[in-house]
Design a protein around this ligand. Structure first.
Ligand SMILES: Cc1cc2nc3c(=O)[nH]c(=O)nc-3n(C[C@H](O)[C@H](O)[C@H](O)COP(=O)(O)OP(=O)(O)OC[C@H]3O[C@@H](n4cnc5c(N)ncnc54)[C@H](O)[C@@H]3O)c2cc1C
Length: 537
């Protein structure tokens, strides 16, 4: 093959995490297309390739944090723990890649620097930083929702004499914290996972908290042989449940309102759920996301638990000075996070009271003039979520339109799958789809399958392009905002769901909050109505 023909594909997929791997399998093995995946990392895994920080593990239970498109694949893997750690998830994703022989069509160490639609030949031209240009009829982004790191623009960062690291690009060889004074900035899900583990190694750990977060014990434990057998035996039921629930987890929300439950019964139910631990804690009542009084029942319970756990009242006060309703930001589960503040080598600094003013050669200084001497700074500051990975791709659609410009006021899509003016571009778990509000492998499988079916449809009717109409885009935007307004999610003003963690980012609710099951029905209905809302030309 000449260099030119080598670089021409039916489809280019960007990203080799859960999404890119499954999309490759579908397009190559089911549709018989010529496909190449471009991935900037040196291996598969996406999130789990990059997030190697201490304590990194998923919050979805292992038997649901995996592919369910194939029973034989599901049943040929055994998880060891209730919540697998990063290395185990990486082993799983490598196992899948090997089983499906995916790696031969993934080009690693290849960062996509831009892509533009060529109207004359009706294809995408994809530029890479170091491996030339590719063309493809279809461009599918599998860049995830949490892959564009958010590193606050602190004054003086370059002057820091120690080591600083963002948790999402953790060194492959790890970081030795022993004997070190460590500063950890950020108390979202990642900060909460990393704190207990770093505290055990470091000489001293100072956690810099801007917003306290609710968290529930994960109660992680090794899985019994009985449990492993039972998940394989009950594969069909588990997979069916994951598809039927609002959030893609295999458990449903109880049909019970907190506001209609007596105080004693509330307490009994919540205590029982607290002992079980995990994300299911949210499922005890069905009104907590829509009714402030119901939500307060949960918030009060968790607050009390934290205060019972943390011995120092000042620290406990800071850890419970919540600025949002329970579960309206990304829900967190933890392994001994609050207990960690009882250690002598751990302290908590409230940077809402006194913000970080400057990183100095020796550490950092807060606005009240306090200097913190540090050897290592860990940025657990999260991501430019949902839209960031896409706007950073430098995508240029028809008439030189850039995605960044089109989304200046917030994302505009149809179903989170396509953008008007960007023909044949498909975005797996794009903004305005359920994405980060779900157990993500479920959302990913649904999108990858929908996209494969859409491409089949385009080819079957002899068309060359697909893109949404502006009417469909506008109507979907209304539905997305309505769905968010119907919940308390919209009230969490400091949430990255609203883009609040990135200075200058438009404050728009990013995912579709109407639930995964309803969303799946909407997508199926669109297909049944002959791809209603899409122009297939
Ligand atoms: C710490 C952490 C914990 C999480 N825990 C959970 C959990 O418990 N449950 C859950 O459902 N979800 C969780 N998530 C969300 C997680 O991202 C998804 O579950 C899932 O891994 C997303 O897969 P993906 O393939 O869509 O994207 P990713 O895994 O993010 O993969 C995207 C890939 O695209 C690549 N890429 C991006 N831009 C480019 C470019 N320009 N050129 C080339 N390659 C590019 C990236 O390198 C990356 O490998 C967690 C996320 C994080 C960060």
């Amino acid at each position: 093959m000449s260099e030119t023909s080598k670089a021409q594909f039916d489809a280019i997929v960007i990203g080799a995490g859960f999404a890119g791997m499954y999309q490759l399998h579908l397009l190559r093995d089911k549709l018989g297309l010529k496909v190449r995946v471009l991935e900037q990392g040196s291996g598969v895994g996406g999130t789990w390739y990059w997030n190697r920080y201490p304590g990194a593990r998923c919050d979805t239970e292992s038997h649901a944090y995996c592919y369910t498109f194939s029973e034989s694949l599901y049943c040929s893997w055994d998880w060891s723990e209730r919540y697998p750690e990063q290395p185990e998830i990486m082993r799983y994703l490598n196992f899948v890649a090997d089983q499906l022989d995916l790696k031969k069509d993934i080009q690693f160490d290849t960062r996509v620097s831009g892509a533009s639609w060529d109207e004359d030949v009706r294809c995408w031209r994809i530029m890479t930083e170091n491996h030339g240009e590719y063309t493809a009829r279809f461009l599918i982004t599998a860049v995830g929702c949490l892959s564009a790191a958010n590193i606050p623009n602190f004054k003086g960062l370059d002057s820091f004499k120690g080591q600083w690291i963002h948790t999402g690009s953790w060194p492959q060889d790890g970081v030795d914290f022993s004997g070190k004074r460590v500063g950890l900035i950020g108390t979202g899900s990642t900060g909460v996972q990393a704190t207990p583990v770093i505290a055990k190694q470091a000489d001293h750990l100072t956690v810099f908290q801007r917003t306290p977060n609710y968290s529930v014990p994960a109660r992680n434990a090794p899985l019994t042989e009985d449990f492993k057998r039972s998940v394989h035996k009950n594969f069909e039921e588990i997979a069916r449940n994951m598809k039927a629930t609002t959030n893609g987890h295999p458990w449903g929300v109880e049909n019970r309102r907190a506001v209609e439950t007596s105080a004693d019964e509330q307490e009994r139910l919540l205590e029982a759920a607290w002992q079980v631990g995990g994300m299911q804690f949210r499922a005890v009542f069905n009104d907590i996301m829509v009714d402030e009084a119901a939500n307060k029942v949960m918030a009060d319970f968790v607050t009390r638990k934290i205060r019972e756990t943390v011995k120092d009242p000042t620290t406990a006060e800071k850890l419970t000075a919540f600025d949002h309703h329970y579960s309206t930001k990304r829900p967190i589960i933890d392994s001994h996070y609050f207990e960690t503040y009882n250690r002598e080598n751990v302290s908590l600094v409230d940077v809402k009271e006194a913000p970080i003013e400057e990183i100095t050669p020796r550490g950092l200084r807060t606005s009240d003039g306090t200097e913190y001497d540090l050897d290592i700074i860990v940025f657990a500051t999260g991501y430019d979520g949902v839209t960031g990975p896409l706007t950073r791709l430098n995508l240029i659609g028809r008439d030189g339109l850039s995605l960044g410009d089109v989304w200046q006021e917030g994302p505009k899509t149809y179903l989170g799958l396509q953008v008007e003016g960007f023909p044949n571009l498909f975005t797996i778990t794009g903004p305005q789809s359920p994405s980060v509000l779900t157990n993500m492998p479920v959302a990913i499988e649904q999108h990858a399958e929908w996209i494969a079916n859409a491409i089949t449809h385009i080819d079957q009717i002899g068309a060359s392009c697909m893109e949404p109409t502006s009417t469909a885009v506008n109507e979907w935007e209304t539905q997305v905002q309505k769905a968010a307004q119907a919940t308390l999610l919209i009230t969490a003003k400091s949430s990255w769901y609203l883009g609040a963690n990135v200075p200058g980012k438009p404050r728009v609710f990013l995912p579709y909050a109407g639930g995964m099951a309803r969303y799946r029905d909407i997508c199926e209905d669109v297909v049944e109505q002959n791809y209603k809302g899409f122009k297939v030309a």
